[in-house]
Design a protein around this ligand. Structure first.
Ligand SMILES: [Zn+2]
Length: 412
């Protein structure tokens, strides 16, 4: 039984399952005045209504009037920290009054305050928080999101965060892809290197045993994890079947991008301080440069990742929100795209491909999601807009009229 979506003013999508680099990042397929047919949760037809074949036409039982909306692929948010408890709005307010992020961290705020609140929360509470954030994401057009641990910083609480993600998949409107980031920070009670051994010897094996994560991540940064520690943790994760990702070159240049590329990581994320050699390493690799401009914006920094240099060098660029209570409190991929365009000088076309197909590639799902094409899962956003340019042009509002995941409405 099939659903016909008619009266679309435009369908705009990247094409294929291969990630886009360089000039290909801006090559969208645009259908004007077309329809979409969805059957068994997948796209069955895209094109002129008069071109629908007889056998497919015979299965049409439902009809949805899009009233002139523009359809784009469901957004893929490949970097978030959504299983957390406790907001940090008062720290945010202190930052507005001149305190720096490091001063706040030194007084017991920062990640440590989220660790305290997350440890104190039950798995049920965390699950509820994940679902609530996923509902907000869906309202803003996201249909797939990565979700990670990293605020537990001990075996039980890391497992609790990951189990909360698993429990949330039952009711989340957004598809959740779990990742272990036990190596987000050192536990506040013990900043010794023993933590690295515990991650490798205890936490990752348990996470693998319970099949709680697809990916493994490390925050390689001055004063946090060294390159050697990052390398050891990610190799241990990979041996257990978890594909590496890396928080790289965020606050300083540690040559993290080159390390991520050398490990064939799925992504190197943040990259505000990436060097020219790091850019070259990513361009020569399959590691996605995952850019998070909302973080620079929210921290009131002038420093954004060098998106143009990365694109021109030929790196695979994706975009994410970095949704977390300290440095990027937003679930909106529309905001990430607007900042990518207006602050990092990406084009609207590049931003849309980065927010869909390239993010899907980094989550190893580009065969299934990331574009509007026959055979892929029917994840779509219907925008209250005559064309895709409005995604950035009509900024600061929510353009979403309706969202479908696997052919089912999840937000409207
Ligand atoms: Zn992060």
């Amino acid at each position: 039984m099939a659903l016909l979506i008619r009266n679309l003013s435009q369908i705009a999508t990247p094409a294929g399952s291969a990630p886009k680099r360089g000039k290909k990042l801006r090559e969208l397929v645009v259908h004007e005045q077309s329809v979409i047919v969805i059957r068994d949760g997948r796209f069955a037809f895209i094109g002129r209504e008069s071109d629908i074949g007889d056998s497919l036409r015979a299965t049409l039982i439902e009809d949805f009037d899009a009233r002139g909306a523009t359809a784009v692929p469901g957004f893929v948010d490949s970097h978030t920290h959504i299983p957390f408890a406790g907001f940090r709005e008062s720290e945010f307010n202190r930052r507005l009054q001149g305190e720096t992020y490091s001063e706040i961290a030194a007084s017991g705020g920062g990640i440590a305050s989220t660790v305290r609140a997350t440890r104190a929360a039950s798995e049920e509470e965390l699950c509820g928080n994940v679902v609530a954030r996923a509902r907000m994401m869906a309202r803003y057009g996201t249909t797939t999101t990565e979700a990670k641990s990293g605020y537990g910083l001990n075996l039980e609480d890391e497992l609790k965060q990951l189990r909360a993600i698993r429990a949330a998949t039952e009711t989340s409107p957004v598809r959740l892809i779990p990742m272990c980031l036990a190596a987000h920070e050192f536990p506040p009670e013990d900043r010794s290197a023993a933590w690295v051994e515990r991650i490798i010897d205890e936490i990752l094996p348990r996470v693998a045993e319970e099949k709680l994560a697809v990916f493994c991540d490390v925050f390689v940064e001055k004063g946090v994890f060294t390159r050697e520690q990052g390398d050891a943790i990610l190799r241990a994760g990979a041996r257990l079947g978890m594909t590496p990702r890396m928080h790289a070159d965020e606050l300083s240049d540690t040559d993290g991008a080159s390390l991520a590329a050398s490990l064939d990581a799925a992504s190197a994320d943040h990259l505000m301080h990436i060097s020219d050699s790091g850019i070259a390493a990513l361009a020569a690799s399959n590691t996605v440069a995952n850019l998070l401009p909302a973080t620079s914006f929210f921290l009131m920094s002038d420093r954004y990742a060098p998106a143009r240099k990365l694109i021109e060098a030929g790196a695979i660029v994706s975009l994410s929100t970095d949704c977390n209570p300290g440095s990027s409190m937003t679930e909106s991929m529309q905001t990430a795209m607007q900042l990518a365009t207006l602050q990092m000088k990406m084009t609207v076309e590049e931003s849309l491909t980065a927010a869909t197909l390239n993010g899907a590639h980094s989550l190893r799902m580009a065969n299934e999601i990331g574009s509007i094409e026959v055979g892929k899962r029917a994840d779509i956003v219907l925008l209250d807009a005559p064309n895709y340019l409005h995604l950035v042009y009509h900024f600061g509002v929510n353009l979403v009229r309706a969202v479908m995941r696997d052919g089912q409405f999840v937000a409207a």
